[in-house]
Design a protein around this ligand. Structure first.
Ligand SMILES: Nc1ncnc2c1ncn2[C@@H]1O[C@H](COP(=O)(O)OP(=O)(O)OP(=O)(O)O)[C@@H](O)[C@H]1O
Length: 289
């Protein structure tokens, strides 16, 4: 194991082996008055260190809302959230901002431009969380370089802004930032969908290393097929509720909920032939009954 991975592992285990994320009975609403709409209802999910969980569901099912809530970007109406043992449920905007800046939880959005501050150079993006942690600038700059190397990027990118990088490079910088901060939990929203196959393999390889060092990963996707091979467990979101949670093997081979069967029907690579139209319509009818 490399030094960087060892450092991350130590950081991960200093608070003991409890879940990295504990979400319980989470309700989230958008809008006010007559426009108030429920986006999440009764969501309960625990994630252990080193575990990779895929959260899947169709567009509008609440995946991004769940991610944004766990990052403190959307307020909850009920339920609790604990991150690395810390009860963050009652946090105000400033406490959430501090938590994000400390880098305990790192996110890699679908468009990596959103995961990185567009006005900070790559070097500043990597160095900033270390300075917040009290690391001296010279030491922080050295570490930033070594992490860039770990994600197979060259140091000539350090002086550039995120907008001057390719999509794949930006995504790898986001992953490097998670390494730098010793993140306990990394949330990846459609992480590899925008990448070509060479970049995809490299990013998945790096994510595997992250997991091996104890970092928990949450993959958010509308495509069961794209996370089934990478996640240990799969949680299926339907209209804001978790309708099924199980090991990837269970969910793919013995789906319990009609909605999961419907999603599987749209992921032909997982189980031979896709569900035919009549079968999909029957499942839809069952879901709306
Ligand atoms: N800022 C917002 N204001 C009001 N409603 C919102 C807002 N963001 C999301 N919603 C609604 O909440 C529900 C869940 O949206 P969310 O973005 O979490 O779904 P998703 O599963 O991530 O979808 P996608 O795969 O398209 O990104 C949807 O009905 C959506 O219209």
């Amino acid at each position: 194991m490399t030094t960087a991975a060892t450092e991350t592992k130590d950081a991960v285990h200093e608070d003991g082996p409890g879940p990295v994320l504990e979400v319980s009975g989470l309700d989230v609403h958008y809008g006010r008055g007559r426009k108030r709409r429920r986006a999440l209802h009764g969501v309960t999910l625990d994630i252990a260190p080193g575990e990779a969980v895929g959260v899947i569901g169709e567009t509008g099912s609440g995946k991004s809302t769940l991610a944004r809530t766990v990052l403190g970007l959307v307020p909850t109406s009920a339920g609790s959230i604990r991150i690395a043992g810390e009860d963050v449920s009652g946090y105000g905007p400033r406490q959430w901002r501090d938590l994000r800046r400390r880098g305990v939880i790192q996110y890699v959005f679908q468009d990596p431009l959103r995961s990185l501050d567009p006005d900070l150079t790559i070097e500043d993006s990597l160095v900033e969380p270390l300075l917040i942690q009290g690391v001296r600038r010279e030491e922080a700059a050295l570490r930033a370089r070594s992490f860039l190397d770990r994600v197979h990027l060259t140091t000539d990118l350090l002086a550039r802004l995120p907008g001057e990088l390719s999509g794949g490079q930006r995504q790898r910088v986001s992953v490097a930032r998670a390494l730098v901060t010793g993140a306990r939990l990394v949330i990846l929203d459609e992480p590899v969908s925008a990448l070509d196959s060479a970049n995809r393999v490299q990013v998945l390889e790096i994510l595997k290393e992250l997991r091996a060092s104890g970092v928990a990963l949450v993959f958010i996707s509308h495509d069961l097929g794209s996370v089934a091979g990478t996640a240990d467990r799969i949680a299926v979101l339907h209209q804001g509720e978790l309708v099924e949670t199980g090991t990837a093997h269970e969910v793919v081979n013995q789906p319990q909920h009609p909605y999961t069967r419907l999603l599987l029907g749209s992921a032909p690579t997982l189980r031979g032939k896709p569900a035919d139209r009549a079968e999909r319509e029957a499942l839809r009818a069952l879901l709306s009954a």
